[in-house]
Ligand binder design. Structure first.
Ligand code: IPM
Ligand code: MG
Length: 373
């Protein structure tokens, strides 16, 4: 039984998650996957309803007990958490980053894959030119919150925010990335892993990454081609020759930035899926899947949001957690959902993927229908 914890969250989050669940139900009927769900009421709205201060973190957005309860599930399926009345940072740190860190979800997986029929702003680029996957380290780097501020509000204000790279954290991320590259090679991809950093300036952290990358690659992955790009050059290549990428491995902060660029070239936020993974099946952890987009309060409740990013995240949930657990039925169900999305996109050719002509629920129905065919 595949146990899914649902956090619909705010704004359009619950609407798109509902469509994701529709496709999971269709895929379970098609494959025999057994699943169950339990909904967790965690959101910016609840934070406010419980008396949380909208200007500063005052009460937990998610409690320790809730986080511990989540560990009992096979996966967390998250819509979006974000509220226009709550100051930036409170929900991001109180929920998203807290879950990533507390559950040690050290991989952030973000495919950049242009589907047939989906518009890209890159002239002359076709689906076969834009098809790579970014593996972003998810628990270290500038996201550790190391540093502080002194003499705040004076002319002598000083602030620091330190980049952190541990050999342990870097190595486990690199090994996962090499393994993914190797698996993709069996699927016909070139078998090339590109490390993205800024080793010419960030010599300390960059050195740790670069040495580990080459040592591990040479010792244990001689079949995988290694490449390296500075992050600024990577942005340029993503816009000019994205076909050079197969698998990218990148530290947290640069990964945050390049994956928004990746989303932009592959159809935008209506299409971008992501997973926060702890790939170690023996860890007392659980992986979390979410569309990259936010809660879009301006269109909430109007049945207008494109649920494809959430549906692709549901597909990723079944495929990747299926891989972690060694559950073939779940992998099959995830692939069925992904292929139904791929078959559905061409009918929206020429449209903007963040504002489709069909409603949220119609798109969910279309994709669920394709799965059932
Ligand atoms: C993302 C987001 C988050 C991040 C924010 C909301 C904390 O931008 O998932 O990419 O920076 O990781
Ligand atoms: Mg981001």
């Amino acid at each position: 039984m595949f146990k899914i914890a649902i956090i619909g969250g705010d704004g359009t989050g619950p609407e798109v998650v509902k469509e994701g669940l529709k496709t999971i139900t269709a895929a379970s009927e098609a494959t025999g996957l057994q699943f169950c769900t339990e909904t967790f009421d965690v959101s910016g709205s609840r934070y406010l309803a419980n008396g949380g201060d909208p200007t500063a973190a005052s009460i937990p957005v998610i409690t320790d007990e809730e986080i511990d309860a989540l560990r009992a599930f096979d996966a967390i399926y998250l819509g979006a958490v974000g509220h226009p009345d709550i100051a930036p940072g409170i929900l991001e740190q109180g929920l998203l980053l807290k879950l990533r860190f507390r559950l040690d979800q050290y991989i952030n997986l973000r495919p950049v894959k242009l589907l047939e029929g989906v518009h890209t702003p890159l002239a002359d680029k076709k689906p076969h030119n834009i098809d790579f996957i970014v593996i972003r380290e998810n628990t270290e780097d500038l996201y550790c919150g190391k540093g502080g501020v002194m003499r705040q509000g004076t002319d002598h204000e000083i602030s620091t925010q330190s980049m952190v790279a541990t050999r342990f954290g870097v190595e486990r991320c690199l090994r996962y990335a090499f393994d993914v590259t190797r698996r993709r090679k069996t699927e016909g991809y070139p078998g090339r892993l590109t490390l993205v950093h800024k080793t010419n300036v960030l010599t300390h952290c960059g050195g740790t990454w670069y040495r580990a990358f080459n040592e591990i690659g040479e010792a244990d992955y001689p079949d995988i081609e290694r490449d390296y790009n500075h992050v600024d050059a990577c942005c340029m290549y993503m816009a000019t020759r994205p076909e050079m990428y197969d698998t990218i491995v990148v530290p947290n902060m640069f990964g945050d930035i390049i994956t928004d660029l990746g989303a932009a070239i592959a159809g935008g936020m209506g299409m971008a899926a992501s997973g926060n993974l702890n790939p170690d099946s023996t860890a007392n952890s659980v992986s979390m899947y979410e569309p990259v987009h936010g809660s879009a309060p301006d269109i909430a409740g109007q049945n207008k949001a494109n649920p494809m990013a959430a549906i692709l995240s549901a597909a990723m949930m079944l495929t990747e957690t299926g891989r972690i657990l060694g559950d073939k039925t779940s992998i099959d169900a995830g692939k069925k959902i992904e292929s139904a999305v791929i078959q559905t996109c061409p009918r929206f050719a020429g449209q903007r993927m963040d504002r489709l002509s069909a409603s949220t629920s119609e798109i969910g129905d279309l994709i669920a229908g394709k799965i059932a065919e």
